[in-house]
Write a protein that binds this ligand. Structure first.
Ligand code: F6R
Ligand code: MG
Ligand code: MG
Length: 364
């Protein structure tokens, strides 16, 4: 059976205005570049944005980690950077950390989520894309979707989902991975993924079929660059229905905005606000962090869609709740837990302040 690969590759190559959005000229350039790709390389593509990030959704038959596909994404971001420079957009080229492409965009700045699978008779997929947060932001919703029967009734009453799912978790600091079989190992899983700054759910597999059900981008741009270059603004692909969680079960966790790390200067906790693409433009305090969810039906690799799920009024209350949470946490100003702990902030003056005060510290 022929397999299809779905690659979602994203980068921030210049913000309009500040870090709030992507200028239409860049989205046009991205579409133009992908449209001009070598004939036969892509089956289909869709270009979108969330906040200041350009997201390239591509289907093809080249498999994951393919050099030609990654180079196409890199060249697309490079072309967009050219536009960004012309318009003097903010932070033009900021996520292209290397001077030249070297085989795979991983480790070079862009975020990547890819999966290869045999397309089912009907293949509903949902792609989540977020701005002003980090890959660990998916831990809580993925846990709810694939392990929490209060979210996903299919775990209880669908014979094809009842056996549960396997979770591959990555340690982003020590670069190790471990797989948990749930529901048996739920409590072991939770001790790790409850610390989303370090442990991230990379992929999820059905225990009934062995099929891949979800995968996320787990790059940590700030760790890669060794200096502040912005939060990682992650993406996540989820397959739905027929023994996997239903579309509505996949969307359900976003009905309540959870707190994620990111927001202003990548240094604050705030609510993850679900919104439609047209409202994916962080404003207040450079936020609140946003998530969009685009649904597609795959038809022999063609991306039929998108359905802009969070544009729906069913998420109005989540947006209201996010605004109320934002009001509350903002009252804390520079104090934790609104501001991130010292070792997780992406901006800090601490070393300089410490140096200045070095002579004034006495034994207490
Ligand atoms: C967060 C983000 C923004 C910037 C902030 C300051 O991920 O991108 O909140 O950190 O606008 O940006 P600079 O330092 O570029 O002025
Ligand atoms: Mg930016
Ligand atoms: Mg961004």
């Amino acid at each position: 059976m022929e397999k299809i690969t779905l690659s979602v590759i994203k980068a921030d190559v210049g913000g309009y205005v500040g870090h709030s959005s992507v200028h239409p000229a860049l989205l046009e350039k991205a579409k133009e570049t992908l449209a001009g790709a070598r004939s036969g390389l892509l089956v289909d593509y869709h270009v979108t944005h969330v906040g200041d990030d350009i997201n390239l959704v591509m289907t093809h038959h080249q498999g994951t980690d393919n050099e030609e596909i990654h180079k196409l994404a890199w060249d697309t971001f490079l072309a967009c950077t050219g536009e960004a420079k012309k318009l003097k957009l903010y932070g033009a080229g900021q996520d292209l950390l290397a001077d030249a492409f070297s085989g795979n965009v991983k480790g070079m700045g862009p975020g990547v989520a890819e999966m290869e699978f045999v397309e089912r008779p009907s293949e509903p997929i949902i792609i989540f894309m977020a701005d002003k947060t980090e890959p660990g932001a998916w831990n809580l919703p993925l846990y709810k979707i694939f392990a929490d029967p209060f979210n996903t009734i299919g775990l209880v009453i669908d014979p094809k989902a009842h056996a549960g799912f396997k979770f591959e978790v990555h340690d982003l600091i020590e670069h190790k991975k471990v797989t948990f079989s749930c529901p048996e190992e739920l409590y072991d899983l939770l001790i790790f993924i409850g610390a989303p700054g370090r442990y991230c759910i990379k992929s999820i597999y059905s225990k009934t079929t062995g099929d891949i059900a979800a995968t996320s981008s787990t790059q940590r741009l700030n760790l890669m660059a060794g200096r502040y270059v912005g939060k990682d603004d992650p993406v996540c692909i989820v397959r739905a229905q027929s023994g996997l969680p239903a579309v509505g079960e996949v969307l359900e966790p976003f009905a309540h905005p959870h707190l994620v790390a990111g927001w202003m200067r990548g240094s604050h906790h705030g609510p993850l606000m679900p919104c439609g693409v047209d409202h994916a433009t962080p404003t207040r305090f450079d936020g609140p962090p946003r998530v969009i969810g685009l649904g597609f039906q795959l038809a022999n690799g063609k991306l039929v869609g998108p359905q802009d799920f969070f544009a729906d009024q069913a998420y109005d209350e989540a947006r209201r709740e996010a605004n109320l949470i934002a009001n509350y946490v903002r009252t804390l100003g520079p104090f934790e837990p609104h501001r991130l702990p010292l070792d997780e902030m992406e901006y800090t003056t601490m070393p300089d302040v410490m140096k200045k005060l070095a002579g004034r510290f006495e034994p207490a």
